[in-house]
Design a protein around this ligand. Structure first.
Ligand SMILES: [Zn+2]
Length: 265
């Protein structure tokens, strides 16, 4: 059977091999050796899946009733306790869904094609993306981001010289890069401008919501420039034209003895 790499098989290894995505770039930046092993099905991502499942629980609720029910059915062991009640993270997810459903601005904005797959050329490399809600007619797209909150939070990051500085959480987590890549692909495909909107929803009690309209063209361009600098090498690693570098710290590197083996003190 042929695979539908941008549809039902979007999250398959085949699709990950065929296209770059922003999340794959992040994984390769963390540790090239581990990312390549994951792509070759030699290593399983060992991160706790709860945050991902909570995010998908919220997303599917606004995709369609059928999508939400199918998601719950596929993941019922992670979602429900033996007594039928929701596990705490999914209680929180229900609160986030209620917060969005009662946010008039969200309900008005979240109109358009849901889970819209898009592909396009970024710095000479073919990327894919899946957009939560795409409104071609009005030239915008919305991505729901669940976060611990508060929405005004800043987090510490390090620059390339090792200096610490603070940025907003959505910048630190690579969401501006993600929005920049989607915007570039959509504008090339439809030949019109698109405004990215991050719809933030917090795990606080009660949950807070906010539309973050990304209009900082300099920030978007900076992210694309940074990506252009590294993507050629990452693509060479992905396709075996360059040696993958181990980060020397992660669980994969420890298990494969790719950490620093001798230290002179
Ligand atoms: Zn590593």
């Amino acid at each position: 059977m042929t695979k539908d790499l941008l549809g039902k098989d979007y999250y398959s290894l085949e699709s990950a091999k065929a296209y770059w995505s922003v999340s794959q770039v992040k994984r390769f930046k963390e540790c090239e050796a581990r990312a390549l092993a994951e792509l070759n099905d030699e290593w399983k991502d060992k991160r706790d899946k709860t945050a991902l499942l909570v995010g998908n629980y919220v997303h599917s609720a606004f995709e369609s009733k059928e999508a939400h029910e199918a998601f719950i059915d596929e993941n019922k062991e992670s979602i429900f306790k033996k007594n039928g009640n929701l596990y705490a993270p999914f209680e929180t997810a229900e609160n986030m869904i209620q917060a969005l459903a009662t946010d008039k601005n969200f309900m008005a904005l979240y109109q358009g094609e849901k889970e819209a797959a898009v592909t396009g050329d970024i710095a000479g490399i073919e990327f894919k993306g899946k957009i939560d809600c795409l409104n071609v007619e009005h030239g915008y797209f919305v991505d729901i981001k669940t976060t611990k909150g508060p929405i005004d939070d800043e987090v510490w990051v390090k620059d390339k010289d090792g200096n610490n500085y603070k940025v907003r959480w959505f910048e630190a987590y690579g969401y501006i890069l993600q929005m920049a890549v989607y915007k570039t692909m959509l504008e090339a495909k439809y030949n019109k401008p698109f405004e990215p909107i991050i719809y933030a929803v917090t795990k606080e009690s009660p949950s807070d919501t906010r539309a973050i309209r990304i209009q900082n063209i300099d920030a978007i361009q900076d992210e694309l420039n940074e990506l252009a600098k590294i993507i050629k090498r990452l693509d060479d690693v992905k396709h075996g034209r360059a040696q993958a570098k181990p980060c020397g710290h992660c669980e994969y590197c420890r298990e494969k003895k790719l950490t620093k083996r001798v230290e002179v003190y």
